[in-house]
Write a protein that binds this ligand. Structure first.
Ligand code: GLN
Ligand code: ZN
Length: 766
C-alpha cells in the first residue's frame, strides 16, 4: 500500500483565525491562557483537515514562525531578550521587537528573511560566541498532546516535523568569531535531546527538513548533512530526510547516502525521481513530492500515473507520496470559495484539495485503476494541454525558475534603456524638482485604518456609490497629504488608501486575473497575503492610479510620487499560469504597467515609483539559473520605464534586499532612485553599491517599520553619516525602510517627524 503524507499545512486557519487571535493577544484583548486555548483549537482544526492521511505532520504549526520555534526549543535566544521572564512574551519580542515609551531602550526584533525562494519570512536566528543550547520540546509536545487529548487520531499517525540542524545553521546570521558549522556538534547534541523528548510521546516518525539540499552547497555543508543524519539515526526513531523547493541536482548522491528510513524529494518533474528510484538502497523508502505545494493548479493525474506506477513497481511498493513541499505556501481551502467561475474553479486546488488529490492518486494506484487506456489518454491530454489557456501541468508558479522561450530571448536583445544616461537625467531632474540635499520621502503607503477598510468594503459591497467612494477616499488622501505637509516631507505620496494590497489592487484592474475570497497565505507572523491568480493574457483595461495621484498632486506644490507595483513583483506575488513561460507573463504585465507610467506622466506627475519588492526573492535557488531570470526580470522593469521623459524621476523600492551578488543587475534597472531596506541589516549593504561605483540615488531605509519602536534621531543621523563614507551625500535620500500601512498614525507621525528632523540636522552639517 502506498502511504500518503503531508510535509506541512497552512497554520492560519480557513478564515485567518490565527492572525486575529495574535492581534487580539498583542492588543491585550485576551489573556495568555485564552490565547493558548484558542491557538491550540486552530492547530487541532488544521490537523482534522488532514485526518485522511496516513501520516499527519505536527510541529509545522507555529504561533509565529517555525524557525523561531526551533530556536526556542534549543534555547537559542538573543541575549537582549534574556530578561523577559514570560516565555510567550519573550517569543513575541524576538518576533516583533518591544516598544517602550522612550526610544532609548527598546528591544530589537530578530531579522526577517525570505524563506528560500518563497514569500514566507522566517525570523533569523543569530549566532553569537557563547550559545548555551539546551533542549526543551514542550512546545512540540503540547501540540502532540493537544491532538491526542482532543481527537481520536493515534499518536502513531503523527509525524514530527523539524528543521535539520544543518539547514538551521545555514539560515543563521553569524555574529560570532567562529564559522557557523563550528556550532554544529553542540547544536546536534541538543537537537538529539529534542528528538528523545518528543519520542517519549510515542511519535515514531521524524520528518527532518533539509531544504538546503535543493541549493548550491559547499563541501563542508554536504559533509555536515551526511554526518548529522548518521547521528540522528542513532536515536532509533524513523527518519524522513526531506528535501524540497527543487531538484537535488549535484546533491543527489548525498541525498541517497543519508542515514534515513525515508528519503523525500521534490518530484514535480519525474526525471530525477526516476533516477533516485533506480539508485535508492533497498532498505529505504522513497517519498515523492508529486503535488505542487507552491501553486494552486489541480494536477492532471493521467499524465504521470502510469510512470508513477512503474516507479512503484520498481521499488516493490517502497513508495510514499506527498506534496512537493509544505502547503504553507498555498491557501487553506477552495471549498469555501463561492465566487469563482466554475470553469476556473474546476482547475484549482488549495491545501485541503491537494490532500484530496493525493488520496485519489493513492486509491488509483492501490486499486490499479489505470491501464493502457490511461497511457493513451495521457498522450492525448499532453497534446491537448499544450494549447489550453489554463494549464494543469507540473511546473512551479510562485517560484520563477521556468525556462524561457525564444520570445524572451528576442526580448533580451532589444534595447530597454532609457533615452539618456543617468548623469544627464540627474541634472535635468535637479532643476525640474528642486529638492534639498538628503530629500525625505516615504515608500508609499500610510496607515490602513479601520475607517479606510470600512470605506473600501462598503464600496465592494455596493453599500456606497462610486462617487461617495471617491469622495471618501479623497478625504483620506487629503488627510494623508496634510500630515505629510505638516511633517515637512519633501516628496509626498497619496498614501495608497484605495489599495487592499500592492499586488491584488493592480491585479483587480488588469485583464487576466481572478481573485479568491479567502485565499490567504502567511507572509510572516500575523501578516497574510492573498495572491491573485493569473489565468489568462494580462493587459491594461483603463487608468489605474491616475485619478488618485493627480488628486493628491492638486493639493500641494510639492511633488507627489505616483505609486505602482512592478511587473516582477506582480508576477512573483501571484499564482501564475503554468502553460506559458513566466517570463512571457511578466512581459505582458510590464507592458500594462508601462502604459500606466505614461498616463501618470501625461497627467503631470513628476516622480513615479515602481516597486519591485520581490525582484530578489524571485531568484532561483540555484545560481546557474540566475542569469536567465535576471535578464528577463530587469528587462521587464526597464520596459515599464524606458518611454518616459528625462525629467520624470523613476524610483523603485525593494524590501529586505541583499544586493551583493546582483548589484550589476540592480544597476541595470537604472532607476533614478532606489529605496531599500537597510535598518535591520548592517551597513555592509552599501559595500555592494560602493564596489560597483553605483551612480544613481539611494534611499537606505533609516528605520524599521516592521517594529512599533520609535526611531531615534541621532541613530538616523549616524546611519546616514556612516553611509556618506561609502556613498556621495548627494546620492542619498532619507526614508523609512518600507511602506507604513501596517503601523498606526500615533507611531507614524512622531517617527517621520524624527526622520525629517534628522535630515534637517544633517543638511546643516553638509
Ligand atoms: N509602495 C508599497 C507600500 O508602501 C511598497 C510596499 C513594499 O515594498 N512591500 O506599501
Ligand atoms: Zn518594502
Amino acid at each position: 500500500m502506498t502511504i500518503i503524507h503531508n510535509l506541512g499545512f497552512p497554520r492560519i486557519g480557513k478564515q485567518r483565525e490565527l492572525k486575529f487571535l495574535l492581534e487580539d493577544y498583542w492588543n491585550n484583548k485576551i489573556s495568555q491562557p485564552d490565547f493558548f486555548e484558542q491557538a491550540y483549537k486552530i492547530q487541532l482544526e488544521n490537523i482534522l483537515l488532514q485526518k485522511d492521511l496516513d501520516l499527519i505532520p505536527i510541529g509545522d504549526f507555529s504561533f509565529y514562525d517555525h524557525v523561531l520555534d526551533l530556536s526556542f526549543a534549543l534555547n537559542h535566544i538573543p541575549q537582549r531578550t534574556a530578561h523577559i521572564e514570560n516565555k510567550l512574551d519573550q517569543y513575541f519580542t524576538i518576533a516583533r521587537g518591544q516598544a517602550t515609551k522612550s526610544s532609548c531602550c527598546h528591544t530589537q526584533a530578530g531579522s526577517l528573511l525570505k524563506w528560500f525562494d518563497t514569500n514566507y519570512h522566517y525570523i533569523v536566528p543569530e549566532l553569537t560566541d557563547h550559545i548555551d543550547f539546551k533542549a526543551n520540546a514542550n512546545f512540540y509536545i503540547n501540540q502532540i498532546k493537544n491532538i491526542t487529548n482532543h481527537s481520536d487520531i493515534p499518536v502513531t499517525k503523527l509525524k514530527q516535523v523539524l528543521l535539520s540542524p544543518v539547514s538551521y545553521l545555514h539560515l543563521c546570521k553569524n555574529n560570532s568569531q567562529q564559522e557557523a558549522l563550528d556550532f554544529l556538534p553542540e547544536l546536534t547534541k541538543s537537537f538529539i535531546q529534542l528528538i528523545e523528548q518528543i519520542k517519549q510521546t510515542g511519535v515514531q516518525y521524524f520528518q527532518i527538513d533539509e531544504p538546503i539540499l535543493a541549493t548550491d552547497l559547499e563541501k563542508p555543508w554536504q559533509h555536515a548533512i551526511k554526518s548529522t543524519f548518521e547521528q540522528l539515526k542513532q536515536t532509533g526513531v524513523k527518519i524522513i530526510a526531506t528535501s524540497y523547493f527543487g531538484k537535488l541536482e549535484d546533491n543527489l548522491d548525498l541525498a541517497l547516502s543519508l542515514s534515513a528510513d525515508v528519503i523525500h524529494i521534490d518530484a514535480l518533474e519525474l526525471n530525477e525521481a526516476k533516477q533516485v528510484s533506480e539508485r535508492i538502497a533497498k532498505d529505504k523508502i522513497l517519498s515523492l513530492g508529486i503535488i505542487n505545494g507552491r501553486n494552486i493548479w489541480k494536477k492532471e493525474h493521467d499524465h504521470y500515473l502510469t510512470e508513477l506506477n512503474s516507479i512503484r513497481q520498481h521499488l516493490d511498493n517502497r513508495l510514499w507520496l506527498a506534496p512537493s513541499c509544505s502547503l504553507l505556501h498555498v491557501p487553506v481551502a477552495l471549498e469555501q470559495e463561492l465566487n469563482f467561475d466554475p470553469h476556473i474553479k474546476n482547475k484549482l486546488s488549495f491545501a485541503v484539495e491537494k490532500l484530496q488529490e493525493l488520496s485519489t492518486i493513492k486509491n488509483r494506484l492501490n486499486t490499479n485503476e489505470f491501464d493502457l487506456t490511461d497511457q493513451q489518454n495521457s498522450k492525448n491530454t499532453a497534446n491537448k494541454n499544450s494549447k489550453t489557456a489554463i494549464s494543469t501541468s507540473t511546473s512551479t508558479s510562485t517560484s520563477t525558475s521556468t525556462t524561457t522561450t525564444a520570445s524572451t530571448t528576442k526580448n533580451s536583445v532589444q534595447n530597454f534603456n532609457r533615452a539618456s544616461s543617468f548623469i544627464k537625467r540627474k541634472d535635468i531632474q535637479k532643476k525640474h524638482l528642486n529638492l534639498p540635499l538628503f530629500p525625505t520621502t516615504t515608500i508609499g503607503s500610510f496607515p490602513q485604518t479601520k475607517q479606510i477598510r470600512t470605506i473600501r468594503q462598503a464600496f465592494k459591497k455596493n453599500t456606497i456609490s462610486e462617487s461617495e467612494y471617491i469622495e471618501q477616499i479623497h478625504q483620506q488622501i487629503k488627510h494623508c497629504v496634510d500630515i505629510q505637509l505638516e511633517i515637512d516631507l519633501d516628496v509626498l505620496v497619496h498614501g495608497e488608501a484605495e489599495r487592499n494590497d500592492m499586488v491584488e489592487y493592480f491585479g483587480e484592474q488588469l485583464n487576466g486575473f481572478v481573485f479568491s475570497q479567502f485565499g490567504w497565505v502567511q507572509s510572516y507572523g500575523s501578516r497574510c497575503v492573498k495572491p491573485p491568480i493569473i489565468y489568462d493574457t494580462v493587459s491594461r483595461k483603463h487608468d489605474i492610479t491616475v485619478k488618485w495621484t493627480t488628486y493628491a498632486q492638486s493639493l500641494t506644490d510639492k511633488p507627489v510620487k505616483g505609486m505602482l507595483t512592478g511587473p516582477v513583483t506582480i508576477l512573483n506575488w501571484s499564482f501564475v499560469r503554468d502553460d506559458q513561460p513566466i517570463s512571457q507573463t511578466c512581459f505582458e504585465i510590464a507592458k500594462a504597467i508601462a502604459q500606466e507610467v505614461l498616463a501618470l506622466e501625461q497627467a503631470g506627475i513628476k516622480i513615479i515609483q515602481i516597486d519591485e519588492a520581490a525582484l530578489r526573492e524571485g531568484l532561483p535557488l540555484r545560481k546557474h539559473k540566475w542569469p536567465e531570470y535576471l535578464d528577463w526580470a530587469v528587462n521587464a522593469f526597464q520596459l515599464t520605464t524606458n518611454s518616459v521623459k528625462d525629467d520624470t524621476q523613476i524610483h523603485t523600492h525593494m524590501c529586505y534586499s541583499d544586493f551583493n551578488d546582483i548589484i550589476e543587475h540592480i544597476a541595470r534597472l537604472d532607476a533614478d532612485v532606489i529605496t531599500i531596506e537597510a535598518s535591520r541589516s548592517d551597513l555592509s549593504l552599501f559595500d555592494a553599491f560602493k564596489r560597483f561605483d553605483y551612480p544613481n540615488d539611494i534611499g537606505p531605509g533609516v528605520y524599521d517599520i516592521h517594529s512599533p519602536n520609535l526611531p531615534n534621531q541621532l541613530e538616523i543621523q549616524s546611519l546616514i553619516k556612516q553611509a556618506t563614507q561609502t556613498i556621495n551625500a548627494d546620492q542619498l535620500w532619507i526614508n523609512p525602510d518600507c511602506g507604513l500601512k501596517t503601523r498606526n498614525w500615533e507611531e507614524v507621525i512622531p517617527a517621520l517627524k524624527t526622520m525629517v528632523s534628522a535630515a534637517k540636522a544633517l543638511r546643516k552639517e553638509f
